[in-house]
Design a protein. Structure first.
Ligand SMILES: Cc1cc2nc3c(=O)[nH]c(=O)nc-3n(C[C@H](O)[C@H](O)[C@H](O)COP(=O)(O)OP(=O)(O)OC[C@H]3O[C@@H](n4cnc5c(N)ncnc54)[C@H](O)[C@@H]3O)c2cc1C
Length: 409
């Protein structure tokens, strides 16, 4: 192995995506004088299938829903803390990534979900408006809704973020505070005799670090970073996600002014859970409405070849067709200029929370977004930073909620 470059750090964060970039920022900002580096590749400039890349991220997009209303109090609290810091991060970096367009959960009023959301909102004192069927139809005239539908609407502290923009802002803030950004892919981590980690990258850089945070998302199981015996037992899987982007014409844009992000919930119906983002401007200068699915179309893929192949494609055709049917039903007047699908994969855990904890001495795992982590990445990154810097758990939500889960065999 060739040693092209040697650097020594106190903490190396591996994975410059949503959580890793936030973790690096909190480390650099809160522990001045400490040598921190963030290692990970940028978004490929070529299409993923032609990029020759061995890893990809779940944040290559312009829109991720952000909201505090949830059925799960842990996700709700973590989102609340992250959202409250968006203004600071935007102001300190000059990078605008948050659009406070609001968010609404809609569905039949008899669904079991409402009681859970109400309880969570009450416990965490989240303000929202409960809209009855009449309010719903008059406020969102473009939506075709059944007469038994109601909605829980968060007008403030909710909307969407550009995950690309947020990652950019976290990285800028980290670098402004002295963090070194290393654009490379780690393929191996070993221990030296004096207990330091020796990190080797795909371009033969050799980096040493006292401590490591592993925030490598969907590719966590596929490189030699976490000790093999633990990696083989780690109970994380990779879940597929297909999204459909529908281009909105200039003429139709005005019809959707003020449209919030929409989450549809119907526990008793197949494909009853889906989400929709309002028209968002993409880098090609065009506006798209984006729709994605929840659990019904998520497939678990667990080999490196399958994950790579999935990232090279454009998603599941059945999911695409179903999502287009949903759009046709719920936005009956919408005449998309074009329809295209895209795909992505994210990490799933048994407890539906991020796993944060010591996976080996001096090595913290920070992964398992379960499709919820973009909006909450700033606080999750902060918990990762606290965990690597403290001997014991130092956070006001129990470590049980974020525990590392291992398969028994
Ligand atoms: C289609 C889709 C829709 C979603 N919608 C929402 C939403 O509406 N709201 C929400 O909050 N969340 C949403 N999510 C989830 C959110 O995007 C993810 O939870 C989040 O990106 C996970 O962050 P992460 O840091 O774990 O992983 P990522 O953001 O994927 O970052 C992992 C990083 O690690 C890097 N990496 C991997 N291996 C290595 C290696 N060996 N060396 C160096 N770097 C490496 C990758 O290149 C990547 O940059 C959605 C996800 C998808 C796919």
């Amino acid at each position: 192995m060739e040693k092209n470059e040697e650097n020594s750090y106190d903490v190396a964060v591996i994975g410059a995506g949503c959580m890793g970039s936030a973790c690096a920022r909190h480390l650099a900002e809160c522990y001045k004088g400490m040598k921190v580096c963030l290692i990970g590749p940028d978004e490929p400039t070529l299409p993923r299938s032609q990029s020759g890349r061995s890893v990809f991220a779940a944040y290559y997009d312009q829109g991720r829903i952000t909201r505090r209303l949830d059925t799960d109090p842990v996700w709700s609290r973590i989102a609340d803390r992250s959202i409250s810091r968006y203004p600071y991060l935007q102001e300190s970096t000059g990078i605008q990534y948050y659009s406070e367009v609001g968010s609404i959960i809609i569905g039949p009023k008899q669904d079991i979900i409402w009681g859970k959301i109400e309880k969570c909102a009450k416990d965490l004192q989240i303000n929202y408006n409960r809209l009855n069927n009449k309010d719903l139809k008059s406020r969102f005239p473009y939506l075709h809704l059944a007469d038994d539908y109601i909605g829980f609407y968060e007008a403030n502290s909710a909307g969407y973020i550009s995950p690309r923009g947020q990652v950019k802002a976290e990285i800028k803030a980290a670098m402004d505070n002295g963090c070194q950004l290393i654009r490379d892919i780690v393929y191996q981590v070993q221990r030296s005799q004096d207990g330091k980690f020796i990190i080797t990258t795909e371009s033969n850089r050799v980096i040493s670090s006292q401590k490591i945070v592993v925030a490598t998302g969907a590719f966590t199981l596929f490189k030699d970073i976490i000790p093999t015996d633990i990696r083989k037992k780690l109970a994380i899987t990779c879940g597929t996600q297909t999204v459909v982007k529908l281009q909105v014409s200039e003429e139709e844009l005005k019809d959707y002014t003020g449209m919030p992000c929409i989450l549809h919930r119907n526990s008793s119906q197949q494909n009853g859970d889906w989400y929709l983002l309002p028209p968002i401007l993409y880098p090609n200068g065009k506006y798209y409405i984006k729709i994605g699915h929840s659990k019904d179309f998520i497939r678990e893929i667990n080999t490196y070849e399958h994950v790579l192949e999935w990232f090279h494609g454009t998603g599941d055709i059945e999911a695409k067709n179903t999502l287009v049917d949903i759009i046709n039903h719920f936005l009956p007047h919408f005449k998309p200029v074009s329809i295209e699908s895209d795909c992505c994969a994210y990490t799933l855990t048994p407890h539906n929370h991020v796993m944060i904890g010591n996976i080996a001495e001096g090595m913290v795992l920070l992964t398992g977004g379960n499709g919820h982590a973009a909006k909450s990445a700033d606080e999750l990154g902060r918990i990762g930073a606290l965990t690597i810097m403290n001997e014991s758990w130092n956070y006001d939500i129990s470590s049980e909620e974020f525990k590392l889960c291992l398969n028994s065999s």
